[in-house]
Design a binder for this molecule. Structure first.
Ligand code: GAP
Length: 439
């Protein structure tokens, strides 16, 4: 009998992430640093799986998309053209008593949330992280760590068009780090100063932009559902006029019901022709597209599905988390989609003091490892080993027992149903590949 508990609190997720090796605080031994996190052995696999399936689904399996990996450091003029130098700001207030700084929209009643002190008038604070190129730190060498990956795709529009010979509509996709000097990083990895984005810039003919915007909203929403996120924990939210970014004609957010409330997972914007026109103006390079059908030049409109890898990872973790009662005992299980699970199979010997069982289990693990992420573990009792793997979301556990030496078969235990099936050792690999949908 299994009882499920639907919602988890953030402390439980943060503690699981630390305890099991998904996410650690950055520079923890020095007391930590705000807004930066380190992904441990399982976190890095989860994140990599998210990026890989996104890349596979959005780039490799589509004929209308190509990839790009642009530099984090770009020409300063890029950020002038994009509007980030002028407009990428948050209004902030300072406490005149304790000197702490807060985002103006996160302060209630006009007093300091920490000490109740009087606050200054709001001032605009640019969120871009500054750096200097070369040995001299002056205005001429000033640039920024990119606050979004998008600009790399706009400034390479002509290069990509030349080499790919794509016709509208087509997209450029990129995954990479972005940096923002968030005044109040919070909610674990939800709002950080260093994060990864998965962005698509999809170039379309003006006039077809609204239709493409809706298509991308639907496509991206279903992508999260496809990889296991519960539909009822996802919703769309249209930006109000005063909330729209300076480049956007319309934006829809895909929101997830995190333990701290509905919050943005991904934004899909209609950026119009703003970006290509701005870069044409600032660089002097013509970024128009020659439309063979009409024999005229046009400036494409851009639809931009822009998601965060870290936010997706957090939402997938939260969504997968279950506490269940199984025969009066508690078990914590991450019901991650098998494609996302950091480890696909874990192999154990039932008795670790039996060298023949250990050798056979290690041999099975090393063969499986060629096909999928596989763990070998013999450092605890079988019940404990199952619980460990449940907590990191491993779909299959394989146990080698004394009978295995005679019948040349092992037990495969399914994470979700906990059902155990006996499978001949030569069939284990294909059985798992089949159940993972890889055959
Ligand atoms: N190019 C458009 C753009 O950057 P955005 O809404 O500012 O739009 C897109 O960011 C996505 O990047 C967000 O939906 C979120 O998933 C992620 N993101 C933005 N700021 C973030 C932060 N401080 N920490 C973690 N992820 C962030």
């Amino acid at each position: 009998m299994v009882e499920e508990q639907p919602m988890v609190d953030m402390d439980t997720i943060v503690s699981l992430c630390k305890r099991r090796g998904f996410i650690f605080q950055s520079s923890e031994i020095y007391g930590g640093v705000g807004g930066s996190w380190d992904y441990g052995p399982y976190g890095v696999e989860l994140k990599r799986n998210i990026k890989n399936i996104w890349w596979r689904d959005m780039v490799q399996r589509r004929d209308d998309m190509v990839g790009l990996d642009a530099g984090i450091l770009m020409h300063t003029r890029v950020w002038e053209a994009s509007g980030h130098v002028e407009s990428f700001t948050d209004p902030m207030v300072d406490c005149m008593n304790c000197k702490k700084r807060f985002r103006a929209d996160q302060v209630e009643n006009g007093v300091c949330p920490e000490c109740g002190g009087q606050l200054t008038e709001p001032r605009l604070f640019n969120l871009m992280l500054k750096t200097y190129l070369g040995p001299v730190e002056d205005d001429a060498s000033l640039t920024y760590l990119r606050p979004e990956t998008a600009q790399g795709m706009f400034v390479n529009f002509a290069n990509v068009l030349d080499v790919s010979r794509k016709k509208l509509p087509f997209g450029i996709a990129q995954i990479g780090k972005a940096f923002r000097n968030e005044i109040t990083p919070r909610n674990f990895t939800f709002r950080t100063r260093e994060f990864e984005q998965m962005e698509i810039e999809y170039f379309v003919k003006p006039g077809t932009d609204e239709e493409w915007h809706q298509r991308w909203v639907g496509e991206r929403f279903e992508w999260y559902v496809k990889y296991g996120m519960r539909r009822e924990f996802l919703r769309l939210r249209q930006h109000e006029g005063d909330e729209l970014a300076h480049y956007s004609k319309a934006t829809q957010d895909i929101e997830y019901l995190f333990p701290f409330g509905w919050s943005e997972l991904e934004g899909i914007s209609n950026r119009t022709d703003f970006d290509l026109r701005q870069h044409t103006l600032f660089s002097g390079r013509d970024l128009a597209y020659f439309d063979e059908e009409t024999g005229t030049h046009l400036v494409p409109y851009i639809i931009e599905p822009s998601g965060g890898v870290d936010r997706a990872a957090l939402a997938f973790l939260v969504d997968a988390y279950r506490e269940e009662k199984v025969r009066k005992a508690n078990r914590v299980v991450l019901r991650l989609h098998p494609e996302l699970a950091p480890i696909k199979a874990a192999v154990f010997p039932l008795l670790r003091n039996r060298p023949e069982l250990v050798a056979l289990a290690k041999q099975i693990a090393s063969e499986l490892r060629m096909e999928m992420m596989t763990a070998y573990d013999d450092t605890a009792s079988i019940g404990r080993l199952y619980r460990r793997q449940d907590e990191i979301g491993t779909p299959f556990c394989i146990t080698v027992d004394v009978e295995s030496l005679e019948d040349n078969a092992v037990t495969i235990r399914d994470r979700d149903s906990m059902e155990q099936t006996r499978v001949p050792i030569p069939d284990v690999k294909n059985t798992l590949l089949d159940r993972l949908g890889k055959l």
